[in-house]
Design a protein around this ligand. Structure first.
Ligand SMILES: Cc1cc2nc3c(=O)[nH]c(=O)nc-3n(C[C@H](O)[C@H](O)[C@H](O)COP(=O)(O)OP(=O)(O)OC[C@H]3O[C@@H](n4cnc5c(N)ncnc54)[C@H](O)[C@@H]3O)c2cc1C
Length: 465
């Protein structure tokens, strides 16, 4: 039985839509979640076979906000089910001149590392003495991540550390991403503390030593993989409030709010609501039957760049790899001309990712700079793994997932995208947009933004009509 009225209808049951529904339901708000695919979770999907565990999208969640830890506890993902990243995963490798070098983690290792030149290290040490950014240098009125890092930490730090880091998070081009929008926490360090280094030290000292498994700052996954999060949130929602395999056929404004028509296995359905929240990916918005006035206003959102990324998860016998894989993984400098963006040492990060005596490597390829590498053949990947990690022997496991539009890029004109969404919402009371194209791409950001919106809609009667 489908409810004829819901306080809020949410389109899309990825982590954003589920978080909105969770918060709204917690405030006794009637929610209906409509998902086009046959399962919840969106890009958070885990695949287990033959003793291996492969992630399609995110491999871990970094707990930066208390709301995220609270949500995980509320839906039963407590210390029993969650897994904290192994200690050795703290080590992150960068490929430099064909060799893996650990990112420095102390002043002594910073002095010793061959990753940066002597001039680069001295320039880095000068950072606390660099003043705040006073004026905008480019025509976009927006500073790129690359310009920010060059200005504060020096060019060497950009090419040897920060650039590869951007490939790892956004699969993006540091010259094209807005530092203010794509890395707001880094950007605000300069604003709040005048220096990124001093700011980072102050925040670390302030965080104190918290040993709680779900405490802030911890990198987590789950015994059954990352899909445990959407599954647990879904299982906590009332039966019948989530519908999968829904094809939305009509969205229209009514006197009291919105009406949504869709087809599912039970046939044609219609539900009216006060608030309609759209969390479908930005590149899918053009497939929705939106009123023309809404559709036209969303052009900047629909045209956000999202490069293709392929994740190839391979299993090997431990003895077939010479590198000890004692870390989180390796990121690769652009100057190395590698066909890979980076490789996660998944079975080193979390236990239970490979059978005894075996390991799992998650190879990421594609991204903004070399989208064509998302189509690398297995032979190319295996040759790279052999060159960099000494991998010989045939893979004992293989699972490949391609994301044609993987991660939205918060570029130098991203403010226009935000303004466009604000304008459409202001002109259409009760209509809202949420998802990884607004306010952060990480799983944690999507949860926080979703919880805030769900709470706002269900506690503020001014929302909607
Ligand atoms: C390869 C990869 C690796 C990543 N790694 C990490 C990581 O390690 N850590 C991290 O924090 N983040 C990572 N991310 C980012 C993070 O996973 C995503 O940004 C986040 O999961 C997006 O959630 P969402 O709900 O906003 O969107 P989605 O997950 O895209 O969910 C949107 C949902 O809307 C549905 N939908 C589409 N069209 C319709 C329609 N017409 N009607 C109804 N429903 C519709 C979709 O089927 C989907 O279920 C990664 C992403 C990718 C792709």
């Amino acid at each position: 039985m489908v409810q004829k009225y819901a306080d809020t209808i949410v389109l899309g049951a990825g982590i954003s839509g589920l978080s909105i529904a969770h918060a709204a339901h917690s405030h006794d708000h009637a929610v209906l979640l409509l998902e086009s695919s046959d399962q919840v979770g969106g890009s958070i999907q885990s695949y287990r076979a033959d003793g291996y565990l492969a992630e399609h999208g995110p491999n871990s969640i970094l707990i930066k906000d208390k709301q995220v830890a609270t949500l995980l506890t509320e839906v039963g993902l407590d210390a029993q089910e969650s897994q904290r990243a192994n200690n050795k995963a703290k080590k992150r490798y960068i490929v430099h001149q064909g060799q893996l070098h650990a990112m420095p983690s102390s002043p002594l290792t910073m002095i010793k590392t061959p990753l940066f030149s002597l001039g680069g290290k001295l320039r880095f040490a000068m950072e606390p003495f660099i003043g705040r950014y006073a004026e905008h240098k480019n025509g976009h009125n927006e500073e790129s991540f690359a310009d920010f890092v060059r200005r504060r930490l020096g060019a060497d730090m950009l090419t040897s550390a920060a650039g590869p880091f951007v490939s790892g998070i956004y699969a993006g081009d540091p010259e094209k991403l807005s530092v203010r929008h794509a890395f707001p926490r880094l950007w605000s360090l300069e604003d709040r503390y005048r220096s990124c280094i001093l700011g980072a030290i102050a925040l670390k000292l302030g965080a104190g030593g918290n040993s709680d498994q779900l405490a802030k700052g911890k990198m987590l996954s789950f015994r059954s993989g990352m899909h445990a999060i959407p599954k647990a949130i879904h299982d906590h929602l009332p039966h019948n409030s989530v519908k999968t395999q829904c094809a939305i056929t009509k969205i229209k404004k009514t006197n009291a709010g919105w009406s949504v028509c869709w087809n599912d296995i039970s046939g044609q359905q219609e539900t009216t609501c006060k608030n309609l929240v759209i969390t479908a990916p930005h590149h899918k918005l053009r497939d929705l039957p939106l009123p023309n006035s809404v559709f036209n206003g969303l052009t900047p959102v629909m045209s956000l760049d999202s490069p293709p990324v392929t994740s190839l998860v391979l299993g090997f016998k431990k003895e077939d790899i010479t590198h000890p894989l004692d870390g989180f993984g390796m990121l690769i400098k652009q100057s190395e001309n590698s066909r890979l963006l980076g490789v996660l040492f998944s079975s080193s990060m979390f236990d239970g990712r490979a059978p005894e005596g075996h390991v799992t490597l998650t190879c990421m390829m594609g991204g903004t700079i070399h989208p064509e590498y998302s189509e690398n053949s297995d032979e190319i990947v295996l040759a790279e793994l052999d060159r960099l990690l000494g991998v010989s022997g045939k893979p004992t496991f293989r699972h490949k997932i391609s994301w044609p539009r993987a991660i939205p890029q918060y570029g130098l004109d991203y403010q226009n995208t935000l303004d466009a969404m604000d304008e459409v919402e202001n002109n259409n009371p009760g209509l809202h947009f949420a998802g990884n194209y607004r306010g952060g791409i990480s799983v944690g950001d999507c949860i926080v933004n979703g919880l805030e919106l769900g709470t706002r809609l269900s506690t503020n009667e001014q929302q909607g009509f």
